[in-house]
Design a binder for this molecule. Structure first.
Ligand SMILES: *Cc1c(COP(=O)(O)O)cnc(C)c1O
Length: 412
């Protein structure tokens, strides 16, 4: 059994699917691929199991399982160093970290955010009784468009919650300028941005807080996990209380906290994962370059521009399927799927179109044209460190040899 991004369980093997006799060259190609193991949009990196055993032995010996244990402390220190940030507060997952970050800064009223993200971004607001106000994205980065933020500010606005989508850095300077002008806090959902450097420094050093996810599908995973990046010791202290029910010491409960603690098991795994993260990101970037090279000249396929002054983490491989392409985005998605290649339509549907949000959106106040275009046209292709060059080439070949509705095969 395999877990796909966001909890879709895949049982058995796709080869059990019965195929009718393939006819065109294209169908033969799909057929051949379908006989192989399916490829998913991502596959978690894991260390060799035997390397994890000594860590488990230490946990079994010490009987310290959680509550800021030795591995937890070590991982916080190691991540500060690796990410080049001042303070890290570890969490059991990214969503609880987001919810806690909003609590820590006492955010309320309305918060400006992007509809083009994973649902947890907006859910974290609603769990704090905050109203999300969705603002359109910049099509070049798929990030919140700073030029659209000010028109969405009302007297109830208290903060901005942007996402570094696909690890592309937000325009942090412009966002901070707007926040300063209007007295707003900025919390970055940096779930995609582990290790991303922008203009020579960590992209996590911006805003009031940044939130990471270490979920199985992310670049750096601890099975489940997350963190808040804090600029100073005071806010880290407050967050550490909040993630432990509000306890400041054995008997003092400072506030209504939650249980957001990362266990020793996850922290130990994180320490081990850190040893190979540079190679993992390097390999992802090679794969991204290979895809870019193979896909750049296919009519109707657009790649997002490589962000300027950025050392990215190649966490996702989004491509945009345009009108000139012989297939619609969903047809291409299906064609890949039939060949055992599972891309994902991140992020479709838009958060604001989900039933619990659709009644909130006032399209007159916030036109969401670019977000809609992205949600309708983007597919994220498989990318992960163990993906083979051969597999990347297979995916690219399938995309470049597209059949239109008349059944003729076009090879570009
Ligand atoms: C993964 C993700 C989250 C949630 O993180 P979890 O660790 O799965 O709770 C939040 N925001 C974005 C943009 C994500 O991709």
């Amino acid at each position: 059994m395999k877990v796909d991004a966001y909890g879709t369980w895949h049982c058995g093997d796709r080869t059990t699917k019965v195929y009718t006799k393939p006819q065109t060259q294209q169908q033969k190609h799909s057929h051949n691929l379908a006989m192989k193991k399916p490829i998913y949009v991502t596959q978690p990196s894991l260390p060799p199991l035997e390397e994890f055993i000594p860590y488990l032995e230490k946990i079994w010996k010490s009987k310290i399982l959680t509550n800021n244990g030795p591995f937890h402390k070590q991982l916080e220190e190691a991540l500060c160093e690796y990410l080049d940030v001042e303070h890290v507060a570890l969490f059991n997952n990214g969503t609880i970290a987001l919810i806690t970050a909003l609590q820590a800064l006492k955010i309320k009223g309305e918060v400006i955010t992007t509809p083009y993200s994973f649902v947890a971004t907006a859910h974290s607001l609603v769990w704090n009784n905050i109203e999300p106000v969705f603002v359109d994205i910049d099509p070049a980065t798929c990030n919140l468009d700073p030029e659209r933020i000010e028109e969405a500010i009302t007297p109830r606005t208290t903060a901005i919650l942007p996402v570094h989508c696909y690890g592309n850095p937000c325009n942090t300077e412009r966002i901070q300028q707007i926040a300063n002008t209007h007295g707003l806090k900025v919390i970055y959902d940096a779930a995609h941005a582990f290790g991303v450097k922008h203009k020579g420094e960590s992209v996590l050093r911006h805003g009031d807080l940044s939130v990471l996810s270490f979920h199985a599908t992310k670049v750096f995973n601890t099975f489940e996990g997350g963190a808040i990046i804090c600029p100073n010791a005071e806010i880290k202290q407050r967050i550490d209380h909040l993630k432990n029910f509000g306890f400041a010491d054995e008997t003092t409960v400072m506030e209504t906290g939650i249980n957001g603690k990362m266990s020793e098991f996850n922290a130990a795994l994180g320490l081990l994962q850190l040893k190979t993260i540079d190679n993992a990101i390097k390999r992802r970037r090679q794969t991204e370059a290979r895809y870019r090279n193979a896909l750049v000249n296919i009519p109707g396929i657009t790649l997002l521009p490589d962000p300027a002054d950025t050392i990215g983490n190649a966490s996702y491989m989004p491509i945009m399927v345009n009108m000139e392409y012989p297939l619609s985005r969903d047809e291409l998605y299906q064609k890949l799927k039939d060949a055992g290649i599972n891309g994902r339509r991140y992020f479709h549907p838009l958060i604001c179109d989900l039933p619990m949000y659709s009644k909130l959106v006032d399209e007159n106040r916030t036109q969401l044209k670019s977000a809609r275009t992205a949600a309708e046209n983007i597919i994220c292709l498989p990318i992960y460190p163990s993906l083979l060059n051969k597999q990347v080439d297979e995916v690219a070949d399938l995309i470049s040899s597209a059949e239109d509705s008349t059944g003729t095969t076009k090879t570009f």
